[in-house]
Design a binder for this molecule. Structure first.
Ligand SMILES: C[S@@+](CC[C@H](N)C(=O)[O-])C[C@H]1O[C@@H](n2cnc3c(N)ncnc32)[C@H](O)[C@@H]1O
Length: 408
């Protein structure tokens, strides 16, 4: 074990890290965790952990890493976004790669389809020939009988949908390409799909060799509601939660919308409103026992009451999650949260401090340390435009904080 005093000197930036190893590179997802962060947190705080939980698992980075760790017997991921759950499940389900290769060959010669999906603005987001090819692929994938194999190809299909759509590259929100780029945009759907599947098969080969017998589950559900976990059964939480509502921070729902519509999921448009902080609270009274939150809300409210209510609504929702997590946490277990701070109306919100205070208000949580991480490539902030102006790139965050608590 690395000595406690030395921990604070460890560099958490992972500037040159290979982030696409194993199944980690299967699918893009907003605000993905760097696998090396989950790996190191498991190494430092999970020496005795038999169980790991990621209540906001997104594309599943923590549960993939848990399944590469021999002592962890069971890893649970939860997310409210069905696309995230599908990706996380596929990334942690070992499959026979030779069989995947054989099925790919058949999919690549598929012809005909049983209809294109009927969602609003499909012709705005996809050229007609692209829609035809995607429908052909989807029809062929849906004929695969083995559900795990089918889901593997659906993840590659979803990434294909994203890459061949008329959306701008590198944006998480839905913006259409400029007319000039659109004229030249003639993606080769089957080629794109093949490229993604071959890359994912390669990842699966690496994963199959490295994976342990850890049982992993990725479940669709809100961490604000009753989590189907045994009380006091979790030894380690490793997660990167949202740090504000989707509308003004990271648009998980918008990012996933086209893929989810192609995959026939319902209630897709309302997803961002159902995530934490999706509904503004009506009042401004802070009932949560966090002195930092109280003073921050007061400061924001002096400038803009509506924004203060929005921020409070996020923390009211998060407080329900803390109740659930506290119920599930075992004594001597560690809680590791990777969070970013944000600025609202010029007021800096120290997310790490507020969230740690919220845990401490529920039970005896000891603050072990907070690791500071510089975000080297500014990937997340540059894609996150709080002004909501198309293409505007604003740095809202250049540090991340990894706070670690122990339940006594
Ligand atoms: C920062 S992302 C997690 C990214 C993940 N660590 C990865 O590597 O892909 C936060 C996730 O929280 C999810 N989320 C937001 N509100 C939620 C809720 N109430 N319950 C469960 N998940 C929620 C979002 O859908 C999003 O996938």
């Amino acid at each position: 074990m690395i000595e406690k005093e030395q921990e604070s000197f460890i560099n958490w930036d992972f500037k040159e890290a290979e982030t696409k190893q194993f199944t980690h590179g299967y699918h893009t997802y907003p605000a993905m965790m760097i696998p090396q962060i989950a790996r190191r947190l498991i190494y430092l705080y999970g020496k005795n952990a038999k169980t790991l939980l990621d209540p906001f698992c997104g594309s599943g980075t923590s549960i993939v890493e848990a399944s590469l760790t021999p002592q962890i017997k069971e890893a649970f991921g939860f997310d409210l976004n069905p696309l995230a759950v599908l990706i996380a499940k596929v990334k942690t389900t070992p499959l026979d790669t030779a069989e995947l290769g054989r099925i790919l060959d058949k999919l690549l010669v598929a012809q005909g389809h049983n209809g294109v999906p009927d969602f609003k603005n499909i012709e705005f987001w996809f050229k007609p020939q692209v829609t035809e090819r995607l429908a052909t692929l989807k029809t062929a994938i849906n004929k695969i009988k083995n559900k795990d194999v089918k889901d593997f190809f659906l993840v590659a299909f979803s990434e294909t949908v994203r890459n061949v759509s008329n959306t701008r590259n590198g944006e998480f929100k839905l913006y259409r390409m400029a007319e000039k780029s659109l004229e030249k945009h003639n993606p080769w759907v089957f080629k794109e799909f093949e490229k993604i599947v071959l890359k994912n098969i390669h990842g699966m080969k690496e994963y199959n060799k490295a994976r342990h017998k850890t049982k992993t589950t990725a479940t669709l559900g809100s961490s604000m509601l009753d989590l189907p976990l045994k009380p006091q059964s979790i030894n380690l939480i490793v997660t990167s939660p949202p740090y504000g509502d989707s509308r003004t921070t990271v648009a998980y729902g918008q990012f996933s919308r086209l893929a989810l519509q192609w995959l026939d999921y319902e209630d897709v448009a309302s997803l961002d409103n159902r995530l934490m902080g999706g509904k503004a609270s009506k009042e401004l009274e802070v009932k949560i026992n966090s002195p930092t939150l109280k003073s921050i809300i007061k400061e924001i409210a002096e400038k803009d009451e509506k924004r203060a209510r929005e921020v409070l609504s996020f923390y009211d929702d998060f407080d329900q999650c803390v109740d659930q997590l506290n119920k599930a946490m075992a004594k001597d277990g560690y809680v590791c949260f990777v969070v970013g701070n944000r600025t609202v109306k010029g007021v800096n919100i120290p997310t790490d401090k507020i969230m740690a205070e919220m845990f401490k208000a529920k039970a005896d949580y000891e603050h072990i340390t907070t690791h500071l991480r510089n975000i080297p490539n500014k990937r997340m902030p540059s894609l996150n435009s709080p002004t909501n102006k198309v293409g505007e790139k604003v740095t809202t965050m250049c540090n991340e904080f990894i706070f670690v608590l122990r339940k006594n």
